[in-house]
Write a protein that binds this ligand. Structure first.
Ligand code: UD1
Ligand code: CA
Length: 453
């Protein structure tokens, strides 16, 4: 069936107290509306039309996609009026699915059920809540069909007692919808053009109205405040954590992991508490991620241990490496197998070959490091001359003494040794020892200066 999707996103979102349009606030690292668009993709829609409001140009700018189109709604005169703005962009064939940009947990699977129910009828997604206050109520007729949707502000006391509510999401035959929207009035408590009033019009035209109920009402939670956004974020993360547990990932605490993107794990991966995964992260078999690590666009090889408090961004970490605690791995880093990067070591745009170690307090930037290299504590590649960056090349089996500065561009050849405290500005030949330290002078029996009385 041909499907149009209309995403309502014109509401102001005043209760967020933010300059940012509400639907651009992020859930799991992506805007709420991006989540809605992704769910809509499950319907393979021919068009997805976003209805945006005043100040919503940022919404347009933030989104892109082949099937996306935009309609501006100004002023905002209600949900029916909002859908009306999208009508010129919709084709009459098939159905139109109305979604909300601030209901981000909706699942594609649920939308498919809604569309399946809308072939010759109007399908309304409903939920049954302990506390239905604030929502439009589903008023059913004698035969159980939906008779009307009554907004809380227009409801009688007996209608207010109904616990089945309108989630706001609907699927409707598009050609019919056009006629119904043209007939909407605003004679109600809020003087708005209610989309929900199409239910009565459909019944007048003898079109059936079906209620499709969600089993888990959290899927249709709307976000109006920061507190609700935080609540929705926790629900999303809980689901994600449960899915990881199902796949066999050992999470120290499923309530203390945040995945803002995609995380793929091999078998017997352990993830300790308070880790954040952003972008696309993969973790190989048997790897161990310590507490409070942040990994963004990283692949971690099998058997690697990342100790607590590490930050890794856009890097490839090989097999059986040891990273941290307190290591920083910056973009463009590639570590081969059995590499050790210890505490307070920063690596940027560098390749480090198998078996090499930088265990304490070092900066390795714009470097190529060979196999089995030992980089002593406090070693720094001076890669920046104030204008340009330069490369440092360290060949296999080099030993670099502590507190060495390697002033790039510079090459240390295979098997060379550098004595502690060196400032290396020229190539060190293979097998050589390079020393740049000043000879120690010693004065015996030195009397320290005394404070004057
Ligand atoms: C609406 C429904 C109500 C349902 C509730 C679920 C109507 C008349 N009422 O209530 O039955 O229980 O949602 O949350 O449809 N929007 C626009 N333009 C407008 C008005 C709203 O784009 O002129 C958008 C909002 O940004 C939001 C969505 O439509 O995403 C719903 O608006 P909101 O004001 O939250 O809905 P209610 O009127 O409270
Ligand atoms: Ca609302």
């Amino acid at each position: 069936m041909s499907v149009n999707v209309v995403i309502l996103a014109a509401g102001q979102g005043k209760r967020m107290h933010s300059q940012l349009p509400k639907v651009l606030h992020t859930l799991a690292g992506r805007s709420m509306i991006a989540h809605v668009i992704e769910a809509a993709d499950a319907l393979a829609p021919r068009t997805v039309c976003v209805v945006y409001g005043h100040g919503g140009d940022r919404v347009r700018e933030a989104l892109s996609g082949a099937t996306l189109s935009f309609a501006r709604q100004e002023p905002q005169l209600g949900t029916g009026h909002a859908v009306q703005q999208a009508l010129p962009l919709l084709s009459d064939a098939g159905v139109t699915v109305v979604l909300y940009g601030d209901v981000p947990l909706i699942r594609g699977e649920t939308l498919r059920r809604l569309v399946a129910a809308s072939a010759d009828s109007v399908a309304v997604l409903t939920a049954t809540l302990e506390d239905p206050s604030g929502y439009g109520r589903i008023v059913r007729g004698d035969h159980g069909g939906v008779r009307e949707i009554v907004e809380e502000k227009d409801a009688s006391d007996s209608q207010k007692a109904i616990r089945e509510i309108n989630t706001g999401l609907m699927a409707l035959p598009t050609a019919r919808l056009r006629g119904w929207l043209a007939r909407l009035g605003n004679d109600n408590a809020q003087q708005e053009y209610y989309l929900t009033d199409v239910v009565k019009l459909a019944r007048e035209d003898r079109v059936a109205v079906q209620a499709v109920s969600v089993t888990d009402a959290s899927e249709t939670l709307g976000v109006n405040s920061r507190a609700q956004l935080a609540q929705v974020e926790r629900l999303y993360q809980r689901d994600h954590a449960n899915a990881l547990l199902e796949q066999g990932v050992a999470l120290a605490d499923p309530a203390r992991i945040d995945v803002r993107g995609s995380l793929t794990c091999g078998t017997d991966v352990f993830i300790d508490v308070n880790c954040i995964f952003e972008g696309v992260v993969s973790v190989g078999d048997g790897a161990h991620i310590g507490a409070s690590c942040v990994l963004k666009n990283v692949s971690v090889g099998p058997g690697t241990r990342i100790e607590p408090f590490c930050h890794l961004d856009s890097a490839v970490i090989g097999e059986r490496c040891r990273i941290g605690p307190y290591a920083r791995i910056r973009p463009g880093t590639r570590l081969a197998e059995d590499v050790h990067i210890g505490n307070f070591v920063e690596v940027k745009a560098s390749e480090i070959a198998a078996g090499s170690k930088a265990n304490h307090l070092a900066y390795i930037g714009d470097s190529t490091v060979g196999r089995n290299v030992n980089i002593g504590a406090g070693t720094i590649t001076c890669n920046y001359d104030g204008a340009n960056k330069h490369r440092t090349i360290i060949e296999d089996d080099v030993f670099i003494g502590s507190d060495t500065q390697l002033v790039a561009p510079v090459i240390v050849r295979q098997g060379a040794t550098i004595g502690a405290g060196a400032t290396i500005t020229r190539e060190v030949p293979s097998g050589a020892l390079a020393l740049t330290r000043v000879k120690q002078s010693t004065i015996e029996g030195w009397k320290r200066p005394q404070k004057k009385a």
